[in-house]
Unconditional design. Sequence first.
Length: 410
Amino acid sequence: MKIGLLGLGTVGSGVFEILHERRGHLEKIYGETIEISKVLVKNREKKRGICREGDLLTTNPYEILDDESIDLVVEAIGGIEEAYDYIQYALNKGKHVVTANKAVVAKHIDALLTLAENNHRAFLFEASVGGGIPLIKPLKQCSLINEFTEIKGILNGTSNFILTKMMEEDLDFQEALKIAQELGYAEADPKDDIEGNDVARKLAILTTIAFQNNIRLEDVKYRGISNISRRDIKTFKKMGYSIKLIGKAIVQEKNISVLVEPVLIKNTSQFDKVKNAYNMVLLKGNNVGELRLYGEGAGKKATANAVVCDIIDVITDGCTKNTILREEKFKAAETKFFEGKYYIRVTEMNGDIKQEIDDLLKNKQVSYRIAEKEDFTIVTREIQGDVMEDIVKKLAAYGLSFFYARIEEE
Ligand SMILES: NC(=O)C1=CN([C@@H]2O[C@H](COP(=O)(O)OP(=O)(O)OC[C@H]3O[C@@H](n4cnc5c(N)ncnc54)[C@H](OP(=O)(O)O)[C@@H]3O)[C@@H](O)[C@H]2O)C=CC1
Ligand SMILES: N[C@@H](CC=O)C(=O)O
């Protein structure tokens, strides 16, 4: 098995190292060598410190994609359009493809699975959701024999790392983000991590597989954590909550709501125990029941482990059958099913907008006011997610700096 590796950054170098370290062991078991024969990078001159990779490097992707001796391409360069082109090219050339790239999978999953199946090749993406957690493979299997009704997860290592460091070590947001970047957790553009896009992509992938439905990335609403302040964190601690960025999909009859948003949770919740770059996903299916999967959601070795597991699956099972159906099952119910109390903090509130918010909350629905001086901070009574969306739109239209989070009591 000859492998062409696209990218030698956090994930690519992890794949390189695992295959190098385990080469002899894998050869004993499969009776064939799994060998990386070429590696695509952007900058050949970069110091990398990986043994004997220098002579394998190229900056020309077609040295890999047109190489007839290469059986499988691992895509770990990130980004969307270039990665999409290379993956399609490789599949059309009869190569299997394994990717860690959730951006490309979330956007082009249908086209790529169809192309792979038509070419009798595998297109696998275990590392794209939940880092090192074995998630996509069991979910694909379970979705064939279960009706799923809910997915809920902490799905971004970087944002969970930042929130943990702010809660537990009183770090500043930017300081914590910098460390997450140094540890290799963050995306090339960390806005994807902190604004919720990365979780939206992962949730779109999980929703597609679990519900075998017509919901796509555009149907996933998302909010991030970039506006959170140290004062918010202090308030959450006083209130007895911790804060997490959570992606959730809920099915009710023929409707589905898929949303990524910051959520305040009690310390009795299992999600509270998920710290740093760890992820956890909860799935509810009629046969499997309530399934929780937990592990390292980002980082070199854990993510590379998932990529190499896909390579092993190609060797052992072929994996050329596309088992994901697109049935016209659901209507997107937007944020309707996300009922709850909401924490809202607005900096430099003015009288007009305050009145408009009170109107939207129908006056009586403010549970209590935490502060009104430096920041205007309230907790609402139970409201529906779409009322909160209207408030968010108003605050954004006034150009105000604000942060909000849904409060989960269970
Ligand atoms: N980091 C993580 O924890 C996880 C990452 N992922 C996903 O894995 C993918 C890779 O992420 P990561 O390893 O962190 O990224 P890095 O930025 O660390 O590495 C990217 C690698 O790709 C190379 N590269 C980038 N663009 C090009 C290009 N246009 N042509 C040639 N080479 C290119 C870079 O070359 P050079 O070294 O010369 O700059 C580098 O080696 C992304 O899709 C990411 O979302 C998924 C799960 C976890
Ligand atoms: N940037 C991502 C990497 C893994 O998917 C994250 O922080 O979760």
